[in-house]
Design a protein around this ligand. Structure first.
Ligand SMILES: Cc1cc2nc3c(=O)[nH]c(=O)nc-3n(C[C@H](O)[C@H](O)[C@H](O)COP(=O)(O)O)c2cc1C
Length: 361
């Protein structure tokens, strides 16, 4: 309600300014201990039917925040208090880097979409490790990527450096090889590159975490079907715990903007409603290939509980949102919980866990 009133004001600001303001509010108001405690008491009170067990962790709700909003692990506790069942921080790179020049984030309001070419702006793994080392109440996934200035031949070492620094503080770990905004990154999705990378990160995790930390890989929606199948097979063969599908797309289909407007924005990843059907297709394809051997997290164009339930029936154990949150506001995770429970009951299920992969019949 309050968000709806503030929205025109927020939209009047450049997107990154609005983002910094929202983060300031999250860290210092929502994150202020007594307020956070109160919000946790209200929002943490959940219907047990929402609980999901995935890769050995007990998620209080399957609705998580996707990577890219809390890039520097600054506000995961506040975001958890606002109702997310878990928060994925990052993408974090081994070294701090500024990202691409601005403007690099664009609102496409009429399409409920965003285009971004942020380029992994973040303060580096050491700083994030310090922030993550505190005791916490929220399940936190740590998403890592390649430092831009590092040469291609040193990529594995770069991912291992981040892993060494962050392993101990992650509830689950994500190798991101699917952002369109770091040159060459998505080439790591080729099996001959991905296989040694995932093995190396797994080894570093085992050596430095002091316990088993689930390892996931995040893929792009722009892969050909055969490549999706190959990654699915690799995940099964290597015992990868999960696949997150999908990142943003470099396609521009289904937008209401003119060709000129699209060109004026330039390169970057498109997220939000236009990504919905492709993201679901990738999920279905993965599910058909991996069965229940690999956990699937669905992300891309999810804006409400009905869509979240559709993904769960198509085989996702968990879902994530980003763009939907920007347009839907801070109340969205709790609203989605209510809608999800209603959809679940309407279709005769008594828990989310039982609906996973139940099909769309
Ligand atoms: C501004 C912005 C920044 C993002 N940054 C990252 C990132 O650093 N790492 C990552 O894995 N995904 C990143 N993403 C992708 C999201 O995590 C998500 O996969 C994608 O936006 C699709 O979900 P959505 O349609 O709910 O936004 C970013 C997305 C946006 C819009």
């Amino acid at each position: 309600m309050i968000y709806r009133l503030l929205r025109p004001l927020i939209y009047a600001l450049p997107p990154e300014v609005a983002h910094r303001l929202a983060f300031f509010f999250l860290r210092f108001v929502v994150g202020f201990y007594p307020i956070r405690k109160l919000l946790n008491a209200i929002n943490g009170h959940r219907d047990p039917a929402l609980q999901v067990k995935a890769f050995g962790l007990d998620f209080p709700s399957p609705i998580g925040l996707a990577a890219g909003l809390d890039k520097d692990a600054e506000a995961y506790e506040a975001l958890g208090a606002l109702g997310f069942g878990y928060v994925e921080v990052g993408t974090i790179t081994a070294e701090a880097q500024p990202g691409n020049p601005r403007p690099r984030l664009f609102r496409l309001v009429s399409d409920r979409a965003l285009i971004n070419r942020m380029g992994f702006n973040n303060g580096g793994a050491e700083r994030a490790a310090r922030r993550l080392s505190r005791k916490r109440e929220t399940i936190v996934g740590v998403n890592i990527g390649k430092t831009k200035r590092v040469k291609d031949e040193d990529t594995i070492e770069d991912y291992q450096r981040s892993t060494r620094l962050l392993a101990r503080y992650a509830d689950y770990f994500v190798v991101n090889i699917s952002s369109p905004n770091t040159p060459g990154l998505r080439l790591l999705q080729a099996i001959d590159k991905l296989d040694p990378l995932l093995r190396a990160v797994r080894q570093s995790l085992d050596a430095h975490a002091g316990r088993y930390v689930p390892l996931l890989v995040k893929i792009a929606p722009d892969l050909a079907d055969e490549d999706i199948d190959q990654i699915a097979d690799l995940a099964v063969n290597l015992g990868i715990d999960g696949i997150i599908a999908t990142n943003t797309t470099i396609r521009r289909d289904g937008l209401s903007l003119s060709q000129r407007e699209i060109e004026a924005i330039g390169s970057g990843g498109l997220s939000g409603a236009p990504l919905r059907e492709r993201s679901l297709d990738v999920l279905r394809r993965l599910r058909a290939r991996v069965g229940d051997q690999v956990t699937l997290i669905s992300v891309g164009g999810i804006e409400d509980g009905d869509e979240a339930f559709r993904r769960i029936k198509a085989g996702a154990s968990l879902v994530q949102i980003y763009t939907g949150y920007i347009y839907g506001g801070p109340g969205l995770p709790k609203r989605m919980e209510r809608e999800l429970l209603a959809a679940m009951r309407r279709e005769g299920f008594d828990s989310i866990q039982k609906a996973i992969g139940a099909g769309e019949g």
